[in-house]
Write a protein that binds this ligand. Structure first.
Ligand code: SAM
Length: 293
């Protein structure tokens, strides 16, 4: 097969006008010796909050991109793979999800997906108010999601919030960053004990768990304590093109509702998730299944 060197696979053409300024390059080192890079057509925001460095820029292939501390968090082009798979498996297995808690997820992608369901209230607990402010300005979905009357924004550490709250939630979604800095605690057993305590009877939790290819030992450790904590603790997978290795892991936890079975009706407008994808996502490839055994 021949490939056009100019615009392979119909990607949008880079701005071809000759320019003396070289586009700025953003790189994420995904391993010590490999990674992903983006040429920024335009830098939209550069700043540092109390917690992390925040960059938003525009790239011709992926649209607007959010980096936190030099790591890709979300891009216009491929965010739906991640947000749909973190949210809908748990929301659609729950027979009547009324109260939903999201921990992390300050870019608002999960909140947008949660509000596709007839929930009464969705509470987003994000530690870094600056992430929310920046994403309101640069990612079109966050402001309407927060403004619709069913969403509540709390700026707090998700772990501390769970320790204090007397509320109970039908679904808890954990959209943490990787286990460094303030996010480290969100990957530990003590945190999941709090998650369990804050679920209403029949509640379901789902969390992002890291790369299929690069975080196998972490998956084994998490699986070991989650299986003791919850009657149903199951890993599932889905692609995220800009995340390390391209294939991402998630965890589904519940004491009453197993991950496979009757689903409520899928909301309209989804681009990746459907009931067949739901079922397939829980079929684990050998390298992960063997690690979890
Ligand atoms: N899916 C993304 C990834 O893994 O690349 C994560 C995106 S989301 C933007 C992660 C969010 O979790 C960040 O905005 C970060 O500020 C927030 N966060 C980190 N630690 C937290 C904590 N302890 N409590 C609440 N939010 C936290």
């Amino acid at each position: 097969m021949t490939r056009s060197p100019a615009v392979p696979y119909n990607l949008p053409a880079m701005n071809n006008r000759p320019s003396r300024r070289r586009p700025r390059e953003f790189r994420e080192d995904q391993t010590p010796t490999s990674g992903i890079f983006f040429k920024a057509r335009r830098s939209l925001y550069r700043g540092r909050s109390r917690f992390q460095r925040i960059d938003v820029f525009e790239n011709d292939a992926f649209g607007r991109v959010l980096f936190l501390d030099g790591l890709v968090q979300t891009t216009d082009k491929d965010e739906f793979f991640y947000h749909e798979m973190l949210v809908h498996p748990a929301l659609l297995r729950h027979p009547r999800p009324r109260r939903v808690l999201i921990i992390g997820g300050g870019d608002g992608g999960d909140l947008r997906e949660v509000l596709r369901h007839p929930v009464e209230k969705a509470t987003l607990v994000e530690i870094d108010g600056r992430v929310v402010e920046v994403c309101k300005d640069y990612f079109g979905w966050l402001r309407p999601a927060l403004g619709g009357g069913r969403a509540e924004l709390v700026i707090d550490d998700g772990n501390a919030f769970l320790e204090k709250t007397r509320d109970r939630f039908d679904v808890i979604l954990i959209d943490s960053s990787d286990p460094v800095g303030p996010s480290t605690v969100l990957h530990q057993k003590a945190f999941y004990q709090r998650v369990k305590r804050c679920l209403s009877p029949g509640g379901i939790a789902a969390a992002q768990a890291g790369a299929l290819l690069f975080h196998l030992d972490s998956h084994r450790r998490k699986n070991a304590f989650l299986r003791k904590l919850f009657r149903h603790a199951r890993f599932y997978i889905g692609p995220v093109p800009t995340y390390p290795g391209g294939m991402w892991c998630y965890i589904y936890c519940s004491d009453r509702i197993p991950p496979l079975g009757r689903l409520r009706r899928t909301p309209a407008g989804l681009r990746y998730y459907n009931p067949a994808v739901h079922k397939a996502a829980f079929a684990l490839p050998n390298l992960l299944a063997e690690k979890l055994r």
